[in-house]
Design a protein around this ligand. Structure first.
Ligand code: FES
Ligand code: FES
Length: 154
């Protein structure tokens, strides 16, 4: 069964149909051709697919596309301003927190949601905010450095 989805993604009204069983991640990547949110575990364990849904970071692989109806969604594609990267994106580059990059969009969305909530996150806030994100490359210290740098610049 197909469902109609009227939603707002990165400030743009989007109207499209999808099978009722489609995940939000599949809707973004396959229906809308927005490939920035990554498919990795597909079970809500790794955070690679994180998007901001009505102000909160969620795993889009375990969220139904139909739940996007009427929602405000921000994806990694919505962060840069033309050629100018968002401060969180720039901080990840500046601190060397990007290696293979597969986890990076999800981390950046979790961090953006954190810094939208508080401009001065504590270490505990940071650890909690990225507790659902897994990186296999960086050893995490550079990611934490990036979050502190981004917080200082916002
Ligand atoms: S791909 Fe969604 S949490 Fe891993
Ligand atoms: S940079 Fe490779 S998984 Fe994080």
């Amino acid at each position: 069964m197909s469902v109609k989805i009227n939603t707002t993604i990165n400030g743009q009204a989007v109207s499209a149909s999808a099978e009722a069983s489609t995940s939000l991640l599949e809707f973004l990547r396959d229906t809308l051709e927005m490939k920035g949110s990554k498919l990795c575990c597909n079970t809500g364990e790794c955070g690679a697919c994180t998007v901001i849904y009505n102000g909160k970071p969620i795993n889009s692989c375990v969220t139904m596309a139909a739940d996007a109806n009427g929602a405000q969604i921000t994806t990694i594609e919505g962060l840069a301003d033309g050629d100018k990267l968002h401060p969180v994106q720039q901080a990840f580059i500046d601190t060397g927190a990007v290696q293979c990059g597969y986890c990076t969009p999800g981390y950046i969305m979790s961090v953006k949601a954190l810094l939208d909530r508080t401009k001065k996150p504590t270490q505990a806030d940071i650890e909690e905010a990225v507790s659902g994100n897994i990186c296999r490359c960086t050893g995490y210290n550079k990611i934490v450095d990036a979050i502190h740098l981004a917080a200082a610049k916002l």
